[in-house]
Design a binder for this molecule. Sequence first.
Ligand SMILES: Cc1cc2nc3c(=O)[nH]c(=O)nc-3n(C[C@H](O)[C@H](O)[C@H](O)COP(=O)(O)O)c2cc1C
Length: 213
Amino acid sequence: MEDIGSLRREYSRAGLNREDLCPKPIDQFRLWFEQAREAGVDEPNALSLATVDERGRPSQRMVLLKAFDEKGLVFFTNYRSRKAKHLAENAAASILFPWIQLERQLIVEGDCEKISTLQSLKYFSSRPRGSRLGAWVSDQSSVISSRKILEMKLEEMKRKFGEGEIPLPDFWGGFRLKPRRFEFWQGRPSRLHDRFEYVKDEKGDWTTARLSP
Ligand SMILES: Cc1cc2nc3c(=O)[nH]c(=O)nc-3n(C[C@H](O)[C@H](O)[C@H](O)COP(=O)(O)O)c2cc1C
């Protein structure tokens, strides 16, 4: 067995105190997201998305956050993909931003819903042509025999759409994760990290609590 037990680092960049917390978690999210951008974190909008299948078995993958507001956090994907099938069965999801460069992780949990076709179209239209074609080419998460299949399908799509508009596929669009819980984690020395959660109550108000690291 490879022993990597000595791989460790002290976290000492910053602390997180209750007085620092924005009353609304989405504002705290915005603040941390901006700080991740300013710090030059690679792909600061990349997050790990965990879903569960019909038997409750978890799986995860990275996706890119493309929009957020009080209503939730939006990412785009293929509506026939494995993750989308999971979400159709069980809307519950958990996402995690691994901002390790800032000695932070940010976790958000809640249910996912599809955004409107109009909203998906708006974002789809803003994507580069290659990405729009790619959405048509990939039957995401299905088994394929070779890369050649993808290349042939791409050529077929290029011929089909020519120089014209590339429409939004009906199997592609956005999901909004509607937050029920946020957790802001800041690494501290001696593993005495700062953790604050915001949990939404039945009235829709947020309560905060410090958690033991
Ligand atoms: C940094 C990064 C960003 C990604 N962004 C997306 C994305 O925004 N949407 C997407 O569908 N897949 C994205 N992927 C690919 C997914 O991780 C995954 O392979 C794909 O969505 C299929 O997942 P599924 O079979 O679990 O549904 C990204 C992968 C990486 C590494």
